[in-house]
Design a protein around this ligand. Structure first.
Ligand code: COA
Length: 275
């Protein structure tokens, strides 16, 4: 049984069958991230991870923009005199933008319209996939107001961009478009803004149809092997495959082999098995 969506102050949740949109919802502030928004995003992701109907999560922003970065007034200035409040906001900010999102057990897509600045880069990078509008505007604007891309942004951009691009955009603060983001492989692709949702849903439906266990284990495997030696990776991947074989509640591997080898009703090279 799937629960109804939860209601939050600064984050909106919408369903489209097996895909759940988690929407930063402060459009008047270009979805700048306040401490409350960080707390709400933590709650939204925890809810979506447990929600049975949700197979794919799309992170996006309301009102035609993705996110204008940290809220300078509420996140920075508002917490200046209260180290405990600052620490709490920081923990929540890091928890959803990196820890929860990069380890999320279901497929995640960042859908980027309009502006995406500073701290807004981290969730784009933490998602498995990112699709932007051609005319989206990305900017590592921290340098423009005298700070560094902190809160893990500098680290995250070096994971997702070439080192040259990471340095260039971090130090100059120059903006780049969705089209340029796609050319440098910072996002998977960009499309005209009026086709953004359709392009995201096309990918989401494809992911919805896959075995949830295979999606989860594949994501976890890729994330982990990046930092291993070849020997460690070989051991780990063998163990991970065994774990999937025994833990998959759908027993997908057996079903798929039967459909291919015995029933001859499915070709793994051309699509997923019948679940
Ligand atoms: N923090 C706090 N408030 C922000 C904000 C941010 N990061 N980004 C936008 N806002 C607020 C503005 O203060 C304004 O509030 P107001 O209506 O109460 O005056 C509202 O959002 C709309 O912003 P505005 O600048 O009028 O919109 P715009 O469409 O002309 O420009 C931006 C949008 C995103 C280009 C511009 O707001 C901007 O440069 N924001 C800062 C982006 C940034 O450097 N982020 C990195 C932070 S780590």
């Amino acid at each position: 049984m799937s629960a109804d969506v939860i209601s939050l102050e600064t984050v909106k949740i919408e369903r489209d069958e097996g895909t759940t949109f988690i929407i930063l919802n402060r459009p008047d502030k270009r979805n700048a991230m306040s401490p409350q928004l960080h707390m709400d995003m933590c709650e939204a992701l925890d809810w979506a991870e447990e929600d049975e109907q949700t197979r794919v999560v799309v992170i996006t922003g309301a009102g035609g923009n993705f996110c204008a970065g940290q809220d300078l007034k509420l996140y920075f200035r508002g917490n200046e005199d209260d180290p405990r409040k600052m620490a709490r906001a920081r923990r929540a900010s890091h928890a959803w933008r990196w820890d929860k999102l990069s380890r999320f057990r279901k497929a995640t897509i960042a859908m980027v319209p309009g502006y995406c600045f500073g701290g807004g880069f981290t969730p784009v990078i933490a998602c498995d996939f990112a699709i932007a509008a051609d005319d989206a505007t990305f900017g590592l604007s921290e340098v423009n107001w005298g700070i560094i891309p902190g809160g893990l942004v500098a680290w995250a951009v070096t994971q997702a961009m070439s080192y040259r691009d990471a340095i260039y955009y971090s130090v100059t603060g120059d903006r780049f478009s969705g089209k340029e983001a796609a050319a440098m492989k910072f996002v998977n692709k960009s499309v005209p803004s009026d086709q953004l949702r359709d392009a995201v849903m096309e990918l989401a439906r494809k992911l919805e149809a896959k075995s949830p266990a295979a999606v989860r284990y594949t994501k976890e495997a890729l994330r982990s092997v990046r930092h291993m030696t070849q020997e460690q990776a070989l051991d780990y991947l063998d163990a991970k495959n065994d774990a999937l074989k025994f833990m998959d509640p759908e027993k997908g591997r057996e079903k798929a082999m039967k459909q291919f080898l015995d029933d001859k009703v499915f070709k793994p090279g051309l699509g997923e098995f019948k679940r």
